[in-house]
Design a protein around this ligand. Structure first.
Ligand SMILES: [Zn+2]
Length: 407
């Protein structure tokens, strides 16, 4: 197979990426040898036919427990009262979907694996209409995929933590194995923004788990909620990971507002998860500015097809292409570097154009793509043919390989 060897510069600009054809030995889930031609005998030999090896993807925000995917086409209905209409709809829909919940979750997971994902962070409803049933069922499903994928499961009080009185159910979900405490728009859904956020942090402190909060609230309200969360993380000296999903308020924040907020997000090691939305209402968050400020940004699909949105593809190369286009990345180096947002910050070449992945000792968690560089794979959304997780081949398909001529 090929890996990226180095960037080729002309003046100060990367004009191409050099690749090298190598053999790789994988033992106990890690790369143990990377050389041009390995002649040792091995039990299983896989011919990658010169395809490009890239690090595998992580979907860091999806809802496996409520989807239409795997069933017939269905577009969402128009909500008369925004998120409140959706919540009212869910109170009927989720109990009705219980008999098919597991099979649809499996369908989504298989689709994500075929698109190069080996790690999934799923949000999972905890509400009065289904209690903790989704958590129990989804844990079963996810565990049945081990060791093919790794996962995190966020207990998600979609109908409000206080409004739906789910604090005891959230505790139960965490005891059942949920890895994170979720939440949603504490100022919009719950009757008391401070109490809601404080209860969220308290749940996580008690369970010693991380937090992943949906924050759609725009403008100064959303920014204020982020400051209140930072205050609480300080108050509780919170030591676990924190993610804010969507964080639309960052999209319209002024330079002065960002200057106040970003250092606080960075100080608390807060990650921002985004679907890279590009609505006309301008909720594309300033990803390059966040990266510059030392804030980790990750991507997720959120939904493939459900009662909220029908547009998810599950194709992370397509999402990265969208990201590159949103921020004017159109040269070999800047397109290639956006890969980091989908791989847990791994890129084959560092920002100086020197190879840092794959290396001996690193986990063999990777995809084979019919492409000649990260930039090519992203810009042309090249097909993924094979997926490995810790050395296990978990997906493969035969296609006609076209290499650099893949359009
Ligand atoms: Zn979500």
């Amino acid at each position: 197979m090929c890996y990226l060897r180095k960037a080729i510069y002309e003046d100060d600009c990367v004009i191409a990426t050099e690749t090298e054809l190598v053999d790789l030995v994988i033992e106990d889930g890690v790369f143990t040898k990377i050389e041009p031609a390995i002649t040792d005998e091995h039990d299983h030999v896989f011919d990658a036919q010169g395809q490009l090896l890239l690090p595998a993807f992580r979907d860091m925000h999806i809802h496996l427990d409520k989807t239409y995917f795997g069933d017939k086409w269905q577009a969402p209905i128009r909500p008369k009262d925004g998120i409140r209409s959706r919540i009212a709809q869910e109170q009927q829909l989720l109990p009705a979907q219980l008999p098919v919940m597991k099979e649809r979750a499996i369908y989504v997971i298989k689709h994500l694996i075929a698109n190069g994902h080996t790690h999934i962070r799923t949000h999972c409803n905890v509400d009065q209409s289904i209690g903790t049933q989704h958590v129990e069922m989804l844990m079963d499903v996810l565990q049945s995929f081990a060791p093919h994928i790794t996962y995190e499961l966020v207990a998600f009080p979609q109908h409000g933590l206080m409004r739906d009185d789910v604090y005891p159910l959230m505790n139960k979900a965490l005891q059942l194995g949920a890895t994170h405490v979720g939440g949603v728009d504490p100022a919009t859904i719950d009757p008391n923004l401070y109490a809601s956020l404080e209860q969220t942090v308290q749940l996580a402190v008690t369970a010693q788990k991380g937090i992943d909060l949906h924050l759609h609230d725009n403008g100064s309200l959303g920014l204020y909620e982020l400051h209140v969360l930072c205050d609480l993380l300080e108050k509780y000296q919170f030591a676990h990971d924190v993610t804010i999903s969507h964080a639309f308020a960052l999209a319209t924040a002024s330079a002065a507002e960002l200057a106040k907020l970003l250092p606080r997000l960075q100080k608390h090691n807060i990650t921002i998860a985004t679907t890279v939305p590009f609505h006309a209402t301008n909720n594309t968050i300033p990803i390059p500015k966040l990266k510059e400020a030392g804030i980790s940004v990750v991507v997720g699909h959120d939904s493939l097809m459900d009662h909220w949105s029908p547009f998810g593809s599950g194709n992370t190369l397509q999402k990265l292409q969208q990201l590159a286009q949103c921020f004017g990345c159109n040269d070999e180096q800047s397109i290639g570097q956006v890969l980091r947002y989908a791989t847990g910050n791994i890129t084959p070449l560092n920002e100086q154009g020197v190879r840092v992945w794959p290396a001996v000792g690193q986990p063999a968690t990777a995809v084979l793509v019919d492409a000649v560089s990260s930039a090519h794979a992203i810009a042309r959304i090249c097909p993924i043919t094979t997926v490995f997780n810790n050395g296990h081949r978990i997906f493969s398909q035969n296609i006609e390989l076209q290499g650099a001529y893949r359009h």
